[in-house]
Design a protein around this ligand. Structure first.
Ligand SMILES: [Zn+2]
Length: 114
């Protein structure tokens, strides 16, 4: 199942379509939504879903760590920007919290020395 690639990768879309988002969607719309068996990674591979992780302490693929670092920094800015828009469902304070969370993850992904 894992093939001959021993590395743990991140999914290309680090904050979309993950298990948490699916759980939320399922709760909201009553959809079960099977997890994909294979996903595209941050380094451009197609690997089994079980060979990916959103956790900085698990991801061993260097290219994926760099990808996740960049993605989380980008998402931090995006969530801050969106939370400040008029009519946003997320308050600026909530946006700030989410941005902090993304920046913390970004920092941990950039910290390659184990
Ligand atoms: Zn990778």
């Amino acid at each position: 199942m894992a093939g001959d690639d021993p590395h743990i990768h991140v999914k290309e879309k680090v904050a979309h379509g993950d298990a948490a988002a699916r759980t939320m969607l399922a709760a909201t719309f009553g959809l079960a939504g099977d997890l994909p068996s294979r996903v595209t990674t941050g380094c451009g591979l197609r690997v089994a879903y079980v060979m990916t992780s959103p956790r900085p302490d698990r991801v061993t693929c260097l290219a994926c760590r760099e990808h996740a670092h960049r993605e989380h920094l980008r998402l931090a800015e995006e969530v801050e920007r969106l939370s400040r828009m008029p009519g946003s469902v997320v308050s600026p304070a909530e946006g700030e919290l989410a941005a902090d969370w993304h920046r913390d993850l970004a920092r941990r992904f950039s910290d390659v020395a184990e």
